[in-house]
Design a protein around this ligand. Structure first.
Ligand SMILES: Cc1cc2nc3c(=O)[nH]c(=O)nc-3n(C[C@H](O)[C@H](O)[C@H](O)COP(=O)(O)OP(=O)(O)OC[C@H]3O[C@@H](n4cnc5c(N)ncnc54)[C@H](O)[C@@H]3O)c2cc1C
Length: 620
């Protein structure tokens, strides 16, 4: 291991740097070990190729572990009326029809097999009385569809995939962050990164690469996302020449904790509302009944009684308005707060304790169905949710946009570079339905692994361009060399604050133009960061490097949000509050131009197949 002071006396840094790191060769390299990455790695290994798996944290610690409510799959265990066609229709309608319909079709058809497979590999789901996988109600899903394990579904999913994966001969590189993708002409040839613990660089040569790096939530101040979500995959792909799509569609989950300040943003699962939880303003009014979108009027309960019956499994009842799509519920909450009817800490009340009026053993029932929520509020806010309401408000949650991929193969617009899970775009359109992410990870993780392995079998290794590697290493080390400069944490906080204020849940042109100006300033500040200390587990250094990704995705979000002059799904413009039929016919694509600058183009949606159109028509 060479220290920074050693580096300063090296006369030929290029040759020197090349000798500084370990190099690994794989047929397929998977970057990210959440649900999507693990499933991709398992599938690639099953195809008989060598697989390396890289993750920023310890194996099993990925963001997927935090998923609570469940995995959406039309297993029809609780309601036999459910099938892939209903799931497909719900997903398209939730996404406001700008989804990639082929992905929505594959997802709805293949999710049940992927969930059953998970069960065969050892996942212990909650059970129906006759021993099948139990499914629960969730926002935007017509029938109870979410396979779950209490409110700890992500943990079970990661545990199962991890247990299964480690027996497949996959080599895992934990606590390792990739900072650059390496190209050979038009195709991807490898990846370069550093080991977080020691600060050593590491080089991977790979015939195909799968990006499964998750989301971008850390670009915002209030978020449910873990520290790992700095948009790395989005940014790596963009800088390697891949296209990003739908970046304006960022989901703000309606219910995050709002108090105490240290826990602001932590998720309160939709499962609470699925189990009968209701939203109230400070006047104790159930405000969600005030505004039901036309698209959902026929499928929404028109009385509290009907809503309750729905949550208790009455097949003839319609869903309560608390279970409308997340974009709508989040905006209703913002309206209540803005109009002065919010709770003491700028949220509203979410009450599950009221079910004691309906169920004899309500407290036990809540603790059994929502064990994590019970613990979370007890430990973090000293609230007993079986006795009193929670205070909640919207939190930045999920990026619908991401790397543009082919629906069947998951290959991006760069040859040999694949993407799956939250880092990829298409399935969810303008708004994701709860539970559709975990099934997305399984369905498209598998596909990405399968097609990456196929690509690797058909192609030899690309040649690594040493200059690309040394440039990347020099850039990484440059932060230590400044005598003066900005503190990376200060710039990160400023960015998060700015994105929250100016490109948040309610957007307008003036504020977003100001955001564009701020982003320019921050890019300059990010080019002038100073890091002190050494390379061993240096969080300031890691943050300095992550900032490049946060700035890239923030620019992409802002540019796309400015261009979409309408309100659709999660993207709400107060200066264009309605949907525009013309704007509903294209996706927005972000790409890096020859001038090294970010560009945007509008891409017309592909005409939907006739049989799928008919399915949507029949389900109306
Ligand atoms: C609190 C919470 C609850 C949720 N509940 C549900 C739910 O009930 N149902 C549902 O469908 N969805 C849910 N979601 C959403 C869902 O959990 C995520 O969308 C999903 O887990 C993302 O999985 P992924 O595999 O794409 O990424 P992740 O699980 O985040 O994995 C990303 C991986 O990439 C690695 N990585 C990132 N950058 C780099 C880099 N530069 N180099 C190397 N490795 C890198 C990380 O270390 C990690 O291993 C929830 C989300 C949250 C925050």
């Amino acid at each position: 291991m060479v220290s920074l002071s050693d580096r300063k006396i090296i006369s030929n840094p290029v040759n020197f740097l090349m000798s500084l790191y370990d190099t690994y060769d794989y047929d397929v390299l998977v970057i990210g070990a959440g649900g999507a990455g693990l499933r991709a790695a398992i599938e690639a290994a099953a195809q008989g190729v060598t697989v390396g798996l890289v993750c920023k944290s310890l194996l099993g610690k990925a963001h997927t572990v935090m998923a609570e409510g469940g995995i959406a799959a039309a297993l029809s265990n609780v309601d036999e009326r459910d099938n892939w066609k209903v799931h497909f229709t719900d997903t398209m309608r939730g996404g406001q029809y700008v989804n990639n319909w082929r992905m929505a079709e594959l997802h709805a058809k293949e999710a049940p097999d992927r969930v059953n497979e998970l069960e065969k590999w050892g996942a212990l789901f909650d059970r129906t009385k006759d021993g099948r996988i139990l499914q629960r109600n969730f926002g935007g899903h017509k029938y109870p569809r979410l396979a779950h394990v209490g409110d700890r579904t992500g943990l079970e999913m990661i545990r199962t995939l991890q247990d299964h994966g480690i027996h497949q001969g996959i080599e895992v590189h934990m606590e390792c962050t990739i900072i650059t993708l390496l190209k050979n002409g038009e195709r991807v040839a490898g990846a370069f990164g550093y080991e977080r613990e020691k600060g050593r660089f590491i080089l991977f040569r790979a015939k195909a690469i799968v990006l499964a790096t998750g989301g971008i939530g850390r670009a915002y101040k209030i978020t449910s996302n873990s520290w790992e979500y700095t948009g790395d995959g989005h940014s790596l792909a963009y800088h390697a020449g891949a296209e990003l799509m739908d970046m304006e569609f960022l989901q703000f989950h309606p219910t995050g904790m709002v108090w105490p300040p240290s826990v602001r943003g932590i998720l309160v699962t939709e499962g609470v509302r699925g189990e009968g939880g209701i939203l109230l303003n400070k006047e104790n009014k159930r405000f969600m009944f005030d505004e039901i979108p036309e698209l959902y009027r026929n499928s929404t309960a028109d009385s509290e009684e009907e809503g309750w019956k729905y949550t208790q499994g009455d097949r003839n009842a319609r869903r309560p308005p608390e279970l409308l799509t997340r974009d709508h519920v989040a905006r209703c909450i913002v309206r209540e707060i803005k109009e002065g009817r919010g709770s003491p800490h700028n949220g509203v009340f979410l009450d599950i304790s009221w079910i004691k009026n309906r169920l004899p053993n309500a407290a036990e029932h809540i603790k059994k169905k929502l064990p994590s929520m019970y613990d979370q509020f007890k430990k973090l806010a000293d609230i007993d949710i079986t006795k009193e309401p929670m205070e909640v408000g919207p939190t930045t949650h999920y990026m619908m946009g991401g790397i543009r991929v082919d629906a069947d193969t998951q290959m991006s617009t760069v040859s040999g570079l694949f993407a799956a899970g939250e880092s990829a775009a298409g399935l969810h359109g303008a708004n994701r339905l709860g539970g559709n992410s975990l099934s997305d990870l399984l369905v498209f993780g598998k596909r990405a692994g399968e097609y990456a392995a196929k690509f690797a079998k058909e192609n030899a290794h690309g040649i690594i361009n040493e200059k690309e590697v040394t440039d990347s290493a020099s850039w990484a080390l440059s932060f230590f060399e400044k005598e003066k400069g900005d503190n990376p944490f200060d710039v990160q906080f400023a960015l998060q604050d700015m994105m929250q204020q100016l490109v948040g849940i309610v957007r307008n042109e003036n504020e977003m133009l100001r955001a564009v100006e701020y982003l320019r300033l921050m890019q300059t500040r990010a080019g002038n960061l100073r890091v002190t200390g050494n390379r061993e587990y240096n969080n300031g250094w890691h943050t300095a490097m992550d900032l490049k990704n946060l700035l890239t995705v923030s620019e992409a979000i802002t540019m796309s949000a400015l261009d979409r002059k309408e309100s659709r799904g999660a993207h709400f413009r107060e200066d264009y509050p309605d949907k525009d039929e013309k704007a509903g016919k294209f996706n927005l694509i972000i790409f890096k131009g020859q001038d090294d600058k970010m560009h945007l183009k509008r891409e017309p949606l592909r005409e939907m197949r006739e049989d799928l159109k008919q399915i949507i028509e029949e389900m109306k």
